[in-house]
Design a protein around this ligand. Structure first.
Ligand code: SF4
Ligand code: SF4
Length: 399
């Protein structure tokens, strides 16, 4: 909440080029993928931010995120998978069952990783229809042996891509891909940084929508540049100063699963920071463009990702401290997809950090993709905001 935001820039109801562009994100990506395939490029499906898109791009591939965010694909998945599994895993697999994800259907290879157990085992099912390459992600975040293992895993991925695509991936092509991905990260980081303002010029939902499931599409870069020049000074309706500033942490919010984001922002909140894999988490660190061994540089960046599947995951707490300092939220909402054990267990530490050390109100929301609990979530979010507005949110944990 802040004091007065005035501007002559376009209002949130105005026609807005970059928002319109990203509003057609799936169609844009489809056109790009189809044109790329005609030019001899390959679609490579990925499902996690630990996968270095740079290696895929260096091999002449187009990395497409396959993470499912759609409620309707869950029932078909439950014919094969247990129902008490994270909705993200079920929705992703449901697209395979229904064959409704064109990027999965187009993919020549799926690059997946050993993160949580549910995903890891689901990949075996995906592997019945598509070639799958599994990256074995070490779990001990600060162990030097773990880093060496991760470097070796990335070298194996390079070999697999070279063999499958008949491509030679040299250091220069990797460095070129690193520069392109760093550029994308920088543009998205700059967009996110606009939310540091007392009067953020977009909603958290708009920011979330401004990313494509295929990385490094040149037209996206053009639209990011336009958004960065057009957005500053834009006013929101209702105005930013009347809303409660929220930091959202926890699980990723894939395309289609924006239920909680929308509830928060329709209840008087404004999500100023998204500390998750669909938000700023993968953008916090770039890859060293000058490193003598670019694969080691990639390994270093990606292994630093503060995901709850690692132990310990102290980097996430450090990141939360820094984001609270920079984005000045009034409260923190921790989103957990049902049956996500690692983020659920870690929520204890997040709550402790937020309430005891940072002195902010904290709300944990555990849900799935079904709309059935939306009214109940809205009531809890409104209670959180009343506490914040009453000025007591900084003293107690309201969950
Ligand atoms: S939260 Fe962890 S497992 Fe999920 S996409 Fe991010 S890095 Fe991967
Ligand atoms: S949200 Fe949790 S359970 Fe679901 S895929 Fe990600 S890490 Fe696994």
């Amino acid at each position: 909440m802040s004091n007065g935001c005035k501007s002559n820039a376009p209002s949130s109801s105005g026609i807005y080029g970059p928002l319109t562009w990203f509003g057609n994100m799936v169609e844009n990506c489809l056109k790009y993928a189809e044109a790329g395939r005609q030019a001899g490029k390959r679609v490579v499906g990925i499902t996690c931010e630990f996968t270095p898109r740079e290696l895929i791009i260096a091999a002449g591939g187009m990395p497409a995120c396959l993470c499912g965010g759609v409620f309707e694909t869950i029932a078909p998945a439950e014919k094969y998978l247990p129902s008490n599994l994270c909705p993200l895993i079920k929705s992703t697999f449901g697209f395979s069952v229904t064959k409704q994800n064109p990027f999965l259907e187009m993919a020549d290879l799926l690059v997946v990783e050993t993160t949580c157990d549910g995903k890891k085992k689901m990949y075996e099912m995906l592997g019945r229809d598509k070639p799958v390459h599994v990256l074995e992600l070490p779990q001990k975040a600060d162990d030097p042996d773990a880093m060496e293992h991760w470097v070796a895993e990335l070298r194996k991925l390079k070999q697999r891509l070279e063999t499958l695509f008949g491509a030679q991936i040299d250091d220069n092509s990797i460095r070129h891909a690193i520069r392109t991905m760093n550029r994308e990260r920088a543009l998205r980081r700059d967009l996110a940084a606009l939310m540091k303002s007392d009067c953020p010029p977009m909603t958290g939902r708009e920011l979330l929508d401004m990313k494509s499931i295929i990385a490094c599409m040149p037209e996206d870069f053009v639209q990011y540049e336009k958004a960065l020049s057009m957005l500053p000074g834009r006013t929101l309706d209702p105005p930013a100063e009347s809303r409660v500033r929220v930091l959202l942490t926890g699980v990723p919010v894939p395309h289609g699963a924006e239920k909680v984001v929308d509830i928060v922002e329709n209840s008087g909140g404004l999500i100023v920071s998204q500390e998750n894999c669909t938000g700023i988490k993968p953008l916090l660190e770039d890859v060293d463009e000058e490193a003598s061994d670019p694969i080691r540089a990639l390994a270093s960046k990606y292994f630093h990702l503060p995901c709850s599947v690692l132990t310990p995951n102290t980097r996430r707490m450090d990141s939360l401290r820094a984001l609270v300092h920079d984005y000045r939220p009034d409260c923190v909402i921790d989103l957990i997809w049902q049956a996500c054990i690692t983020y659920d267990v870690e929520s204890f530490q997040v709550r402790e950090l937020v309430t005891n050390e940072l002195g902010l109100a904290y709300l944990r929301i555990e849900t799935d993709y079904s709309p059935s609990d939306s009214a109940q979530i809205a009531m809890r979010v409104q209670a959180l905001f009343e506490t914040v507005r009453a000025g007591s949110g900084r003293e107690r944990n309201i969950d």
